[in-house]
Design a protein around this ligand. Structure first.
Ligand code: 4NP
Length: 155
């Protein structure tokens, strides 16, 4: 199972989602891989935002070596599940999709814990450290549920 986490800058939410999901993959020994990508090229090649790195480190997860990259059309072929953080990301992914099958792989990550609600993971980029802490907890809950579903679904 290949999972892609998507946000706008690929320096805050989706790198955190990638790091937390990887820790679940390791914890539950899942046969799965995870990556992340964004739609804004401003930070391409950069490490995640230092506040994201710091909060994740406080929770025992090192994301300092991850690098921002852009979403590419081939991600629809490479990945089985594509999780977006908000409606802007959903629209961005939708704008490059060429088939319904491709969009069937895409869902809002918080639908894992609030099915069908299409709730956004708020972007912590412009706020303080507490925003990153809140992001961590939302993503921790969602990725835990995704991991359990992968176990129950037999992958
Ligand atoms: P992210 O947050 O989408 O959670 O990585 C952002 C970080 C940077 C920018 C936008 C969103 N930016 O435009 O620089």
């Amino acid at each position: 199972m290949k999972i892609l986490m998507v946000c706008l800058g690929n320096i805050c939410r989706s790198p955190m989602a990638e790091g937390i999901m990887r820790s679940k993959i390791n914890k539950y020994k899942l046969d799965a891989e995870v990556d992340s990508a964004g739609f804004e090229s401003f930070h391409t090649g950069d490490a995640p935002d230092f506040r994201a790195v710091r909060v994740m480190k406080q929770h025992g997860i090192d994301i300092s070596r991850q690098q921002s990259r852009l979403f590419r059309k081939s991600d629809f072929d490479t990945f089985d599940l594509i999780y977006v953080m908000d409606s802007g990301n959903y629209q961005d992914v939708h704008s490059v999709a060429v088939s319904k099958d491709q969009m069937n792989k895409v869902d809002y990550i918080l639908n894992a814990i609030s099915p069908g609600s299409n709730t956004a993971v708020p972007d912590p980029y412009y706020g303080g450290d507490d925003g990153f802490e809140r992001t961590y907890h939302l993503l921790d809950k969602a990725t835990e549920k995704i991991a359990i579903e992968l176990i129950n679904g037999g992958q």
